[in-house]
Design a protein. Structure first.
Length: 176
């Protein structure tokens, strides 16, 4: 079963979203309109919430998780994903914030308290350390991540294209 409650929290999935039968969504997770989670993706909102905006796609094998509270001074970290975000295959997003229209390359890791502003292109295999802020409008790459160069217009246009491609793909899956 892809949707599982945890304690008193159950996932909330928009009617137009697609959750592959081989994906798992647990606990306090909200998935927005036209978004999709693909095979073997896991969204585990057990100790803090996960919020996924509209028209975002979480591709195969990605892991979405959060950090628990350690007391009044440390509330932990939720996971916040904006609208029209593409999360590539085998990405780990852990207690971070991803702004609208970002593209996160395959096998990247974004850790607790990190923030990706809107329009970040994160290259494949990159590591974003805890608390790091990535300025929008740039290609970021490496382990640890570093700013490489400003995005070109075609790269910026790719954000919307990728999001809408996955909306069309999930519609075909939902149609059977």
């Amino acid at each position: 079963m892809p949707l599982r409650p945890y304690l008193q929290q159950s996932p909330t999935v928009a009617a137009t979203a697609y959750i592959d039968p081989a994906a798992v969504v647990i606990g306090d997770v909200v998935i927005g309109d036209d978004s999709s989670l693909w095979p073997m993706a896991v969204a585990r909102g057990d100790v803090n919430p996960i919020r996924i905006g509209a028209r975002s796609n979480i591709q195969d094998g990605s892991v979405l998780h959060v950090t628990h509270a350690r007391g009044a001074d440390s509330p932990g970290y939720p996971l916040l994903i904006g609208d029209e975000v593409t999360v590539g295959h085998n990405v780990t997003l852990h207690g971070c914030s991803v702004g609208a229209r970002c593209l996160i390359g395959m096998a990247s890791t974004v850790l607790d308290g990190a923030t990706l502003e809107p329009y970040v292109l994160l290259g494949a295999g990159s590591l974003v350390p805890p608390g790091k802020r990535l300025e929008g409008g740039y290609l970021w790459l490496g382990n640890p991540v570093r700013r490489v160069r400003p995005l070109t217009l075609p790269e910026r246009e790719q954000f919307e294209y990728s999001a809408l491609h996955y909306v069309r793909l999930k519609d075909r899956y939902l149609a059977g």
